[in-house]
Design a protein around this ligand. Structure first.
Ligand code: GLU
Length: 466
C-alpha cells in the first residue's frame, strides 16, 4: 500500500449524478493504480436537504458501478464534536473570532457595497473587537490572512492564484453551533490524511479558503485536481433537461456498468485514440495529469455504441443475470421458458441496450398473441399451410440439436419442395415470434426447443393459415 489517500465526498441531497460518478471513478482509478486508499465520505451536514434515500441511492450506484471503497462510508454528522473542538482551537489561538453582526446588519452592508460598486465582503466589524457579548448570538469567523496571495498547482488546471484580500473572513460555525461546509471538509480531509483532493471544478473557489484553514490549523495541504464539468449538447451544464443524469437511470435503461464506466473515463481523459478500456487497462493507463482542462459534452450515441460493444462481447451467463430485471418489467418470469443465457446468445450480436434485448427476447417466453399481418400478406394461405406442415413434420422426427443442424434441415426442406429460404424461414419466424425481425431460424428453434417450436407452428397454422 502506498501513502496515497483519496476520497469521494458526495452530498446526499439526490441520486448519484453521472458527473459525480466520474469524479468517483477518477479517485478510484488513482487509488487502484498507485495502491492507495479510496475513502467514501458522505457530506451530510446540510441536515435539511440530506436524506437517507439519497445515501442509499448513492451507495447502490457506487456498488453497481463496481467502485469499491476501502474505508467508510463516513458521515460528517458523526463528527460534529470533532469540528467544534477545532473551532475552539482556532478561537483560542486568535485565528478565529466571534462575530455578533446580525443578518439585517450584514444585508445592509452588502447592499451598501453593491451600491458603491465594491465587491461585497465582510467588513471586519467584529474582527478587532475584544469585548465578549454574553447575551448575544454569534457566529464564528475565521480570521483570514489578508496579505499576499493563496496559490496552488492544480493537477488538471495548472497554477491558480487568488489575492488574499479577496478572501472573506469565512463563517466556520453558525449561530446554532453547527460547523459550515468548508470547515468540515478541511478537518475531514486533514484527519483522514487525504493526499489528493479530486473534485468537480465548481469547488475551485472554495480551495483558497480551505488552504488558509489548513495552514491556520497546521495541517499539511493536500494536492488538488479539479475536474471540469460535463455539459449537455447545447453546452449548458448537464442537467435533467438533457435527458437522464442519474447513474441508476442508465442501469434502468439497460446500460452495462462496464459501458458507463468506459464512457465516463473517456469523458475528459484520453490515451491516444483508444476508446475501449477494460478496468485493468483503465487502471494501468489512467493519469490524472492527462485529464483535459475544458468541459466535455455528454454524447449518448457514443455511450450506446460502447454499450453495444460490451453486450456483444459479454459473457452470456452474466448478461442473463443483468437482463432478468428487464424481463421482469415485462411480466416475464425468466424461470419459465428457455435458459436465459441461451436467449442472450441469440440476441447479443445486435442489441444496443438490455431494454432492447428484453424487448426482443419476450417472444421466447411468451408465445405470440398476434402475428405481423403485413409480413404474412406476402404469402398465400395454401403456401403457409404447406410450409407449416412440412416444417412441423420434419422437426417432429428430427434429431438435429444445433442451430447449424436445424438450418441445414431447413435447406433440405427447401431443396425437396423447390422453395427459396425466405419462403420458409419468414413464415416460420412469424409463427414463432409473431414478427419477422428475429434471430436466425436455427438459433430460434434450438433455443425454444423442438416441442415448443412445433406447438407454435401448429397454433399459427390454425390461426392464420386455416
Ligand atoms: N460534497 C461536495 C459535493 O458533493 C464535494 C466536496 C469535495 O469533494 O470537496 O459537491
Amino acid at each position: 500500500m502506498s501513502d496515497m489517500r483519496v476520497r469521494f465526498a458526495p452530498s446526499p441531497t439526490g441520486f448519484l449524478h453521472v458527473g459525480g460518478a466520474r469524479t468517483a471513478l477518477f479517485n478510484w482509478l488513482l487509488a487502484r493504480k498507485q495502491g492507495g486508499t479510496f475513502i467514501l465520505r458522505i457530506e451530510d451536514t446540510d441536515v435539511e436537504r440530506s436524506t437517507q434515500a439519497s445515501i442509499d441511492a448513492i451507495l447502490q450506484a457506487m456498488e453497481w458501478l463496481g467502485l469499491n471503497w476501502d474505508e467508510g462510508p463516513f458521515y460528517q454528522t458523526d463528527n460534529f464534536d470533532l469540528y467544534r473542538g477545532y473551532v475552539q482551537k482556532l478561537l483560542e489561538a486568535g485565528k478565529a473570532y466571534k462575530c455578533y453582526c446580525t443578518a439585517g446588519e450584514l444585508e445592509a452592508k452588502r447592499e451598501q457595497a453593491m451600491k458603491e460598486g465594491r465587491k461585497p465582503k465582510y467588513d471586519g466589524t467584529c474582527r478587532e473587537r475584544d469585548d465578549y457579548l454574553a447575551d448575544r448570538p454569534f457566529v464564528v469567523r475565521f480570521r483570514a490572512p489578508q496579505a499576499g496571495e493563496v496559490a496552488f498547482d492544480d493537477l488538471i488546471k495548472g497554477r491558480i492564484a487568488f489575492p488574499a484580500e479577496e478572501l472573506d473572513d469565512l463563517i466556520i460555525q453558525r449561530s446554532d453551533g453547527t460547523p459550515t461546509y468548508n470547515f468540515c471538509v478541511v478537518i475531514d480531509d486533514a484527519i483522514m490524511k487525504i493526499t489528493t483532493v479530486i473534485r468537480g471544478d465548481d469547488h475551485v473557489n472554495n480551495t483558497p479558503r480551505q488552504i488558509q484553514l489548513y495552514e491556520a490549523l497546521g495541517f499539511p495541504v493536500p494536492k488538488f485536481a479539479h475536474v471540469p464539468m460535463i455539459l449537455g449538447d447545447d453546452k449548458a451544464r448537464l442537467s435533467k433537461r438533457h435527458g437522464a443524469t442519474s447513474v441508476m437511470a442508465y442501469r434502468d435503461m439497460g446500460f452495462l456498468p462496464e459501458a458507463l464506466i468506459n464512457y465516463l473515463v473517456r469523458l475528459g481523459w484520453s490515451h491516444g485514440d483508444d476508446e475501449i478500456f477494460s478496468r485493468e487497462e483503465m487502471i494501468r493507463k489512467f493519469d490524472i495529469n492527462n485529464v483535459g482542462r475544458s468541459a466535455s459534452v455528454f454524447n449518448t450515441d457514443k455511450l450506446l455504441w460502447l454499450n453495444a460493444h460490451y453486450i456483444k462481447n459479454g459473457d452470456p451467463a452474466q448478461l442473463a443475470g443483468l437482463l432478468a430485471p428487464h424481463l421482469a418489467k415485462r411480466g416475464i418470469d425468466p424461470q419459465c421458458g428457455p435458459e436465459v443465457a441461451a436467449v442472450v446468445r441469440t440476441l447479443q450480436e445486435r442489441a444496443q441496450t438490455l431494454e432492447e434485448m428484453a424487448e426482443r427476447a419476450a417472444f421466447y417466453f411468451k408465445a405470440p398473441e398476434s402475428y405481423d399481418e403485413a409480413a404474412l400478406a406476402k404469402f398465400d394461405k395454401e403456401h403457409l399451410r404447406a410450409v407449416f406442415d412440412a416444417v412441423a413434420g420434419r422437426l417432429e422426427t428430427a434429431t438435429a440439436a444445433t442451430a447449424a443442424e436445424i438450418d441445414a434441415l431447413f435447406k433440405e426442406i427447401c431443396a425437396d419442395k423447390g422453395w427459396k429460404m425466405g419462403q420458409v424461414g419468414q413464415p416460420v419466424r412469424i409463427a414463432l415470434s409473431g414478427g419477422s425481425q428475429a434471430p436466425g431460424i436455427g438459433e430460434i428453434v434450438v433455443t425454444l426447443g423442438i416441442g415448443e417450436t412445433v406447438k407454435r407452428i401448429a397454433r399459427a397454422r390454425e390461426t392464420v393459415a386455416a
